[in-house]
Design a binder for this molecule. Structure first.
Ligand code: PLP
Length: 396
Protein backbone atom coordinates (compact mmCIF):
# COMPACT_ATOMS: atom_id res chain seq x y z
CA UNK A 1 0.00 0.00 0.00
CA UNK A 2 1.28 3.46 -0.79
CA UNK A 3 0.14 6.70 0.71
CA UNK A 4 1.11 9.52 -1.62
CA UNK A 5 1.23 12.23 1.02
CA UNK A 6 3.46 10.11 3.23
CA UNK A 7 5.69 9.00 0.38
CA UNK A 8 6.10 12.54 -0.91
CA UNK A 9 7.41 13.38 2.54
CA UNK A 10 9.64 10.33 3.02
CA UNK A 11 11.21 9.74 -0.36
CA UNK A 12 13.08 13.02 -0.96
CA UNK A 13 14.25 13.20 2.63
CA UNK A 14 15.60 9.65 2.67
CA UNK A 15 17.28 10.27 -0.66
CA UNK A 16 18.85 13.50 0.61
CA UNK A 17 20.26 11.72 3.64
CA UNK A 18 21.66 8.93 1.49
CA UNK A 19 23.16 11.43 -0.98
CA UNK A 20 24.93 13.24 1.85
CA UNK A 21 26.19 10.00 3.35
CA UNK A 22 24.19 10.73 6.49
CA UNK A 23 21.83 7.77 6.37
CA UNK A 24 22.81 5.55 9.24
CA UNK A 25 22.57 1.83 8.58
CA UNK A 26 22.46 -0.15 11.78
CA UNK A 27 24.72 -3.16 12.17
CA UNK A 28 23.24 -6.47 13.26
CA UNK A 29 24.95 -7.91 16.32
CA UNK A 30 24.90 -11.70 16.27
CA UNK A 31 24.97 -12.56 19.96
CA UNK A 32 25.34 -10.82 23.33
CA UNK A 33 26.92 -7.43 23.94
CA UNK A 34 30.33 -7.82 25.53
CA UNK A 35 34.01 -6.92 25.22
CA UNK A 36 33.84 -8.75 21.90
CA UNK A 37 30.85 -8.77 19.57
CA UNK A 38 30.04 -10.56 16.36
CA UNK A 39 28.99 -8.43 13.39
CA UNK A 40 28.63 -9.92 9.89
CA UNK A 41 30.28 -13.08 11.13
CA UNK A 42 33.38 -11.22 12.30
CA UNK A 43 34.56 -11.16 15.93
CA UNK A 44 35.34 -7.57 16.85
CA UNK A 45 36.74 -5.91 19.96
CA UNK A 46 33.80 -3.80 21.07
CA UNK A 47 34.57 -0.22 22.11
CA UNK A 48 31.11 1.16 21.39
CA UNK A 49 28.92 -0.01 24.26
CA UNK A 50 27.81 1.66 27.48
CA UNK A 51 28.06 -1.71 29.15
CA UNK A 52 30.76 -0.30 31.46
CA UNK A 53 30.82 -3.16 33.93
CA UNK A 54 30.05 -5.98 31.53
CA UNK A 55 26.74 -6.63 33.30
CA UNK A 56 24.52 -6.99 30.24
CA UNK A 57 25.63 -10.59 29.72
CA UNK A 58 26.59 -11.44 33.32
CA UNK A 59 25.56 -14.92 34.49
CA UNK A 60 24.46 -13.70 37.93
CA UNK A 61 22.13 -11.10 36.44
CA UNK A 62 20.77 -13.58 33.92
CA UNK A 63 20.02 -16.06 36.71
CA UNK A 64 18.09 -13.45 38.74
CA UNK A 65 16.22 -12.40 35.63
CA UNK A 66 15.17 -15.98 34.91
CA UNK A 67 14.16 -16.63 38.54
CA UNK A 68 12.03 -13.49 38.68
CA UNK A 69 10.45 -14.41 35.35
CA UNK A 70 9.50 -17.80 36.78
CA UNK A 71 8.08 -16.16 39.89
CA UNK A 72 6.32 -13.10 38.42
CA UNK A 73 5.95 -13.82 34.71
CA UNK A 74 7.40 -12.10 31.66
CA UNK A 75 5.43 -8.87 31.95
CA UNK A 76 3.96 -6.66 34.65
CA UNK A 77 0.55 -6.89 32.98
CA UNK A 78 -0.60 -3.30 33.44
CA UNK A 79 0.49 0.13 34.56
CA UNK A 80 1.26 0.30 38.26
CA UNK A 81 -1.26 3.03 39.09
CA UNK A 82 -4.08 0.79 37.89
CA UNK A 83 -3.06 -2.77 38.66
CA UNK A 84 -0.65 -2.29 41.58
CA UNK A 85 3.08 -2.54 41.98
CA UNK A 86 4.82 -5.89 42.14
CA UNK A 87 7.04 -6.59 45.15
CA UNK A 88 10.06 -6.76 42.86
CA UNK A 89 9.53 -3.16 41.64
CA UNK A 90 9.21 -1.87 45.18
CA UNK A 91 12.35 -3.74 46.07
CA UNK A 92 14.22 -2.16 43.17
CA UNK A 93 13.18 1.35 44.19
CA UNK A 94 14.16 0.76 47.81
CA UNK A 95 17.57 -0.53 46.72
CA UNK A 96 18.07 2.40 44.35
CA UNK A 97 17.30 4.92 47.10
CA UNK A 98 19.72 3.20 49.49
CA UNK A 99 22.38 3.05 46.83
CA UNK A 100 21.96 6.71 45.89
CA UNK A 101 21.69 7.84 49.53
CA UNK A 102 18.30 9.47 49.05
CA UNK A 103 14.97 9.09 50.83
CA UNK A 104 13.22 7.47 47.89
CA UNK A 105 13.41 6.54 44.21
CA UNK A 106 11.06 5.89 41.29
CA UNK A 107 11.81 3.56 38.37
CA UNK A 108 10.80 4.20 34.76
CA UNK A 109 10.92 2.01 31.66
CA UNK A 110 13.89 3.87 30.21
CA UNK A 111 16.18 6.76 30.93
CA UNK A 112 14.73 8.62 27.99
CA UNK A 113 11.13 8.50 29.17
CA UNK A 114 12.28 9.16 32.73
CA UNK A 115 13.60 12.56 31.60
CA UNK A 116 10.46 13.19 29.57
CA UNK A 117 8.28 12.37 32.56
CA UNK A 118 10.21 13.79 35.49
CA UNK A 119 11.07 17.22 34.05
CA UNK A 120 7.55 17.88 32.79
CA UNK A 121 5.97 16.70 36.06
CA UNK A 122 7.59 19.58 37.93
CA UNK A 123 8.32 22.36 35.45
CA UNK A 124 5.58 24.32 33.64
CA UNK A 125 5.24 27.19 31.21
CA UNK A 126 5.51 29.62 34.12
CA UNK A 127 9.04 28.36 34.80
CA UNK A 128 12.51 28.47 33.26
CA UNK A 129 15.07 25.70 32.83
CA UNK A 130 18.74 26.55 32.46
CA UNK A 131 20.27 23.77 30.40
CA UNK A 132 23.93 23.04 29.60
CA UNK A 133 24.30 23.40 25.83
CA UNK A 134 25.66 19.86 25.45
CA UNK A 135 22.92 18.10 27.40
CA UNK A 136 21.54 14.79 26.12
CA UNK A 137 18.65 14.68 23.63
CA UNK A 138 16.26 13.26 26.24
CA UNK A 139 16.87 16.28 28.48
CA UNK A 140 16.26 18.63 25.57
CA UNK A 141 13.01 16.86 24.72
CA UNK A 142 11.92 16.71 28.37
CA UNK A 143 12.50 20.45 28.73
CA UNK A 144 10.52 21.16 25.55
CA UNK A 145 7.65 18.99 26.70
CA UNK A 146 7.41 20.85 29.99
CA UNK A 147 6.65 24.12 28.19
CA UNK A 148 9.14 25.97 30.41
CA UNK A 149 11.37 28.66 28.89
CA UNK A 150 14.69 26.98 28.10
CA UNK A 151 17.79 29.11 28.72
CA UNK A 152 21.03 27.72 27.33
CA UNK A 153 24.18 27.93 29.43
CA UNK A 154 27.62 27.50 27.88
CA UNK A 155 29.08 24.05 28.37
CA UNK A 156 30.45 23.63 31.90
CA UNK A 157 30.98 27.41 32.13
CA UNK A 158 30.11 28.36 35.71
CA UNK A 159 30.41 32.11 35.05
CA UNK A 160 27.85 31.77 32.30
CA UNK A 161 25.57 29.68 34.53
CA UNK A 162 25.78 32.37 37.20
CA UNK A 163 25.02 35.10 34.62
CA UNK A 164 21.98 33.24 33.21
CA UNK A 165 20.72 32.37 36.70
CA UNK A 166 21.08 35.99 37.83
CA UNK A 167 19.29 37.39 34.78
CA UNK A 168 16.49 34.85 35.03
CA UNK A 169 16.01 35.50 38.74
CA UNK A 170 16.11 39.27 38.42
CA UNK A 171 13.70 39.29 35.47
CA UNK A 172 10.95 38.19 37.86
CA UNK A 173 9.37 36.34 34.93
CA UNK A 174 9.50 32.83 36.35
CA UNK A 175 7.92 31.03 39.29
CA UNK A 176 10.65 28.40 39.49
CA UNK A 177 14.04 28.04 37.83
CA UNK A 178 15.79 24.69 37.35
CA UNK A 179 19.36 23.95 36.36
CA UNK A 180 19.79 20.69 34.51
CA UNK A 181 22.98 18.98 33.42
CA UNK A 182 24.50 15.65 32.49
CA UNK A 183 26.63 14.30 35.35
CA UNK A 184 29.17 12.88 32.90
CA UNK A 185 29.12 14.13 29.31
CA UNK A 186 29.33 11.13 27.04
CA UNK A 187 31.09 12.74 24.08
CA UNK A 188 34.07 14.16 25.99
CA UNK A 189 33.96 12.27 29.28
CA UNK A 190 34.04 15.47 31.34
CA UNK A 191 32.32 15.63 34.73
CA UNK A 192 29.78 18.25 35.92
CA UNK A 193 31.17 20.65 38.51
CA UNK A 194 28.70 19.64 41.19
CA UNK A 195 30.09 21.71 44.12
CA UNK A 196 30.04 24.93 42.07
CA UNK A 197 26.61 24.11 40.69
CA UNK A 198 25.28 23.56 44.22
CA UNK A 199 26.74 26.89 45.37
CA UNK A 200 25.14 28.80 42.47
CA UNK A 201 21.85 26.94 42.93
CA UNK A 202 21.77 27.87 46.61
CA UNK A 203 22.53 31.51 45.83
CA UNK A 204 19.69 31.82 43.31
CA UNK A 205 17.24 29.26 44.70
CA UNK A 206 17.50 26.94 41.69
CA UNK A 207 16.06 23.44 41.54
CA UNK A 208 18.88 21.07 40.54
CA UNK A 209 18.63 18.06 38.22
CA UNK A 210 21.61 15.84 37.35
CA UNK A 211 21.24 13.20 34.64
CA UNK A 212 23.87 10.68 35.62
CA UNK A 213 23.36 8.13 32.85
CA UNK A 214 27.13 7.87 32.31
CA UNK A 215 28.10 8.44 35.95
CA UNK A 216 26.07 5.71 37.62
CA UNK A 217 28.17 2.58 38.07
CA UNK A 218 31.25 4.58 37.12
CA UNK A 219 31.66 7.50 39.55
CA UNK A 220 31.34 7.53 43.35
CA UNK A 221 31.92 3.78 43.79
CA UNK A 222 29.01 3.17 41.47
CA UNK A 223 26.58 5.53 43.20
CA UNK A 224 27.31 8.29 40.71
CA UNK A 225 28.73 11.75 40.20
CA UNK A 226 26.73 13.44 42.94
CA UNK A 227 27.89 10.87 45.49
CA UNK A 228 31.44 11.25 44.17
CA UNK A 229 31.33 14.86 45.38
CA UNK A 230 29.56 13.90 48.63
CA UNK A 231 26.51 16.01 47.75
CA UNK A 232 23.70 13.47 47.71
CA UNK A 233 21.49 15.71 49.85
CA UNK A 234 22.15 18.84 47.77
CA UNK A 235 20.89 17.79 44.33
CA UNK A 236 17.10 17.60 44.03
CA UNK A 237 16.86 15.14 41.14
CA UNK A 238 19.45 12.40 40.77
CA UNK A 239 18.39 10.80 37.54
CA UNK A 240 20.08 7.72 36.13
CA UNK A 241 19.62 4.84 33.74
CA UNK A 242 19.59 1.11 34.33
CA UNK A 243 20.66 0.48 30.75
CA UNK A 244 24.31 1.52 30.81
CA UNK A 245 26.64 0.41 33.63
CA UNK A 246 23.73 -1.50 35.21
CA UNK A 247 23.48 -3.42 31.95
CA UNK A 248 19.72 -3.96 31.78
CA UNK A 249 17.07 -1.38 30.85
CA UNK A 250 15.17 1.38 32.66
CA UNK A 251 15.61 4.77 34.24
CA UNK A 252 15.07 6.28 37.65
CA UNK A 253 14.96 9.40 39.76
CA UNK A 254 16.31 9.31 43.30
CA UNK A 255 15.40 12.19 45.60
CA UNK A 256 13.27 13.28 48.54
CA UNK A 257 10.18 11.29 49.53
CA UNK A 258 7.97 14.24 48.59
CA UNK A 259 9.47 14.51 45.11
CA UNK A 260 9.02 10.79 44.47
CA UNK A 261 5.44 10.91 45.83
CA UNK A 262 4.73 13.70 43.33
CA UNK A 263 6.33 11.90 40.38
CA UNK A 264 4.20 8.84 41.14
CA UNK A 265 1.06 10.87 40.59
CA UNK A 266 2.25 13.25 37.87
CA UNK A 267 5.00 11.69 35.72
CA UNK A 268 3.07 10.53 32.67
CA UNK A 269 5.26 7.58 31.57
CA UNK A 270 4.82 6.22 35.10
CA UNK A 271 1.06 6.72 34.99
CA UNK A 272 0.33 5.56 31.46
CA UNK A 273 2.97 3.01 30.52
CA UNK A 274 3.54 -0.49 31.85
CA UNK A 275 6.49 -0.83 34.20
CA UNK A 276 9.77 -2.65 33.69
CA UNK A 277 9.52 -6.40 33.29
CA UNK A 278 9.96 -8.30 36.58
CA UNK A 279 13.05 -9.98 35.13
CA UNK A 280 14.64 -6.62 34.32
CA UNK A 281 13.89 -5.30 37.82
CA UNK A 282 15.45 -8.38 39.44
CA UNK A 283 18.57 -8.16 37.25
CA UNK A 284 18.99 -4.48 38.19
CA UNK A 285 18.81 -5.34 41.91
CA UNK A 286 21.51 -7.97 41.40
CA UNK A 287 23.71 -5.41 39.60
CA UNK A 288 23.43 -3.03 42.55
CA UNK A 289 24.26 -5.86 44.97
CA UNK A 290 27.36 -6.76 42.96
CA UNK A 291 28.53 -3.13 42.74
CA UNK A 292 28.27 -2.84 46.51
CA UNK A 293 29.99 -6.11 47.32
CA UNK A 294 32.58 -6.22 44.54
CA UNK A 295 34.19 -2.82 43.85
CA UNK A 296 36.87 -4.55 41.78
CA UNK A 297 34.80 -4.32 38.62
CA UNK A 298 34.72 -0.54 38.87
CA UNK A 299 38.44 -0.46 39.61
CA UNK A 300 39.06 -2.58 36.52
CA UNK A 301 36.94 -0.21 34.41
CA UNK A 302 39.02 2.78 35.52
CA UNK A 303 42.27 0.87 35.11
CA UNK A 304 41.31 -0.03 31.54
CA UNK A 305 40.29 3.55 30.78
CA UNK A 306 43.58 4.90 32.11
CA UNK A 307 45.56 2.31 30.16
CA UNK A 308 43.82 3.01 26.86
CA UNK A 309 44.13 6.79 27.26
CA UNK A 310 47.81 6.61 28.12
CA UNK A 311 48.47 4.29 25.18
CA UNK A 312 46.67 6.49 22.64
CA UNK A 313 48.31 9.66 23.97
CA UNK A 314 51.73 8.00 23.74
CA UNK A 315 51.06 7.14 20.11
CA UNK A 316 50.43 10.85 19.53
CA UNK A 317 46.63 10.95 19.31
CA UNK A 318 44.57 13.84 20.68
CA UNK A 319 42.43 12.26 23.43
CA UNK A 320 40.79 15.46 24.66
CA UNK A 321 40.20 16.07 28.35
CA UNK A 322 38.16 13.13 29.57
CA UNK A 323 37.95 12.68 33.35
CA UNK A 324 36.29 9.25 33.08
CA UNK A 325 36.97 5.98 31.24
CA UNK A 326 35.28 7.45 28.12
CA UNK A 327 38.17 7.90 25.66
CA UNK A 328 37.57 10.13 22.65
CA UNK A 329 40.22 10.08 19.95
CA UNK A 330 39.78 13.42 18.22
CA UNK A 331 40.55 13.26 14.50
CA UNK A 332 38.95 16.57 13.45
CA UNK A 333 37.78 16.34 9.84
CA UNK A 334 34.40 14.57 9.50
CA UNK A 335 35.25 12.42 6.48
CA UNK A 336 38.63 11.42 7.84
CA UNK A 337 37.00 10.47 11.15
CA UNK A 338 34.50 8.22 9.39
CA UNK A 339 37.24 6.68 7.28
CA UNK A 340 39.31 6.06 10.42
CA UNK A 341 36.46 4.26 12.13
CA UNK A 342 35.81 2.15 9.00
CA UNK A 343 39.45 1.10 8.85
CA UNK A 344 39.41 0.18 12.55
CA UNK A 345 36.39 -2.00 11.86
CA UNK A 346 38.13 -3.75 8.97
CA UNK A 347 41.02 -4.43 11.34
CA UNK A 348 38.70 -5.88 14.01
CA UNK A 349 38.01 -2.91 16.31
CA UNK A 350 34.43 -1.68 16.67
CA UNK A 351 34.70 1.98 17.69
CA UNK A 352 32.24 4.44 16.23
CA UNK A 353 32.88 7.80 14.68
CA UNK A 354 30.97 10.70 16.14
CA UNK A 355 30.74 13.81 14.01
CA UNK A 356 28.76 17.03 13.58
CA UNK A 357 25.95 17.64 14.58
CA UNK A 358 26.45 15.36 17.60
CA UNK A 359 29.73 17.19 18.32
CA UNK A 360 30.89 20.62 17.03
CA UNK A 361 32.19 20.87 13.42
CA UNK A 362 35.87 20.03 13.05
CA UNK A 363 35.97 17.95 16.24
CA UNK A 364 35.00 14.60 14.70
CA UNK A 365 36.19 11.76 16.87
CA UNK A 366 36.28 8.04 17.29
CA UNK A 367 34.82 7.38 20.70
CA UNK A 368 36.18 4.47 22.69
CA UNK A 369 34.21 3.00 25.55
CA UNK A 370 36.47 0.59 27.43
CA UNK A 371 34.71 -1.60 29.98
CA UNK A 372 35.64 -3.77 32.95
CA UNK A 373 35.23 -6.79 30.67
CA UNK A 374 38.14 -5.88 28.36
CA UNK A 375 41.41 -7.71 28.95
CA UNK A 376 44.85 -6.16 28.72
CA UNK A 377 45.49 -8.25 25.59
CA UNK A 378 42.42 -6.79 23.90
CA UNK A 379 43.51 -3.25 24.72
CA UNK A 380 47.02 -3.93 23.41
CA UNK A 381 45.46 -5.20 20.20
CA UNK A 382 43.37 -2.02 20.02
CA UNK A 383 46.47 0.15 20.48
CA UNK A 384 48.37 -1.74 17.78
CA UNK A 385 45.42 -1.27 15.43
CA UNK A 386 45.22 2.45 16.21
CA UNK A 387 48.92 2.78 15.48
CA UNK A 388 48.59 0.99 12.16
CA UNK A 389 45.51 2.94 10.99
CA UNK A 390 46.81 6.22 12.45
CA UNK A 391 50.02 5.98 10.41
CA UNK A 392 48.23 4.78 7.32
CA UNK A 393 45.84 7.77 7.38
CA UNK A 394 48.57 10.15 8.53
CA UNK A 395 46.75 11.12 11.73
CA UNK A 396 49.90 10.40 13.76
C1 PLP B 1 21.63 7.17 27.37
C2 PLP B 1 21.19 8.39 28.05
C3 PLP B 1 19.84 8.55 28.40
C4 PLP B 1 18.79 7.56 28.01
O1 PLP B 1 18.89 6.40 28.75
P1 PLP B 1 18.15 5.06 28.29
O2 PLP B 1 17.98 4.31 29.55
O3 PLP B 1 19.04 4.39 27.32
O4 PLP B 1 16.84 5.47 27.69
C5 PLP B 1 19.49 9.69 29.10
N1 PLP B 1 20.41 10.62 29.42
C6 PLP B 1 21.71 10.50 29.09
C7 PLP B 1 22.68 11.56 29.48
C8 PLP B 1 22.14 9.38 28.39
O5 PLP B 1 23.42 9.26 28.04
Amino acid sequence: MTNKVLNDFLEPQLQALRDQGLYNTIDTVEGPNGAKIKVNGAELINLSSNNYLGFSNDDRLKKKCIEATEQYGVGAGAVRTINGTMTIHNELETRLAEFKHTEAAIAFQSGFNCNMGAISAVMTKKDAIISDELNHASIIDGCRLSGAKVLRAKHQDMDDLRRVAKEATESGLYEKIMYITDGVFSMDGDVAKIPEIVAIAEEFGLITYVDDAHGSGVMGKGAGTVKHFGMSDKIDFQMGTLSKAIGVVGGYVAGSQQLIDWLKVRARPFLFSTSLTPGAAAACIEAIDIMESDPERMEKLWENGTYLKAGLAKLGFDIGHSETPITPCIIGDENLTQQFSRRLLEEGVYAKSIVFPTVPKGTGRVRNMPTAAHTREMLDEVLATYEKVGKELKVI
